[in-house]
Design a protein around this ligand. Structure first.
Ligand SMILES: [Cu+2]
Length: 134
């Protein structure tokens, strides 16, 4: 009886805990706070290179895993120049709240805005951060 209660508690803990320790955030990661979760984006390689392809490791933290929205698109554009990238990144879902975007390339120096589009619970949300490519 006692043992089964402990096992049940462990199972509940595993279910509600994030798949990834959100405390282990790389120094090169960018963080964006949303209403229901925190977005953590780590470039690979880091820092983001200019004129070379790179990937983004994308994780959701601090929320209930079961309520994490789906990441549907990742993009980057230069607001001042009104253009985007010349390549469309490929987005892969690795695990619940864990994604990888491949094939991004910033083809000129200056201010870029990264965007992350989420869909969940019948609503859409876009999170962004800016990056000065040099
Ligand atoms: Cu530009």
């Amino acid at each position: 009886m006692r043992q089964s209660a402990i096992i049940a508690a462990l199972c509940l803990g595993l279910i509600s805990a994030p798949a990834w320790a959100c405390a282990d955030i790389p120094a090169q990661a960018r963080q964006v706070q949303a209403a229901q979760f925190r977005l953590i984006v780590t470039p690979v390689p880091a820092p983001i290179p200019l004129n070379k392809p790179f990937a983004l490791d994308i994780r959701l933290c601090d929320g209930r895993m079961a309520e994490f929205p789906q990441l549907t698109a990742v993009d980057a554009r230069m607001p001042a120049h009104r253009h985007g990238m010349n390549y469309k990144p490929a987005l892969t879902k690795i695990d619940w709240g864990h994604y990888r975007a491949e094939g991004l390339l910033l083809h000129m120096p200056g201010n870029w805005e990264f965007s992350f589009d989420f869909t969940g619970a019948g609503k859409r949300e876009r999170l962004t951060f800016s990056f000065d490519a040099q």
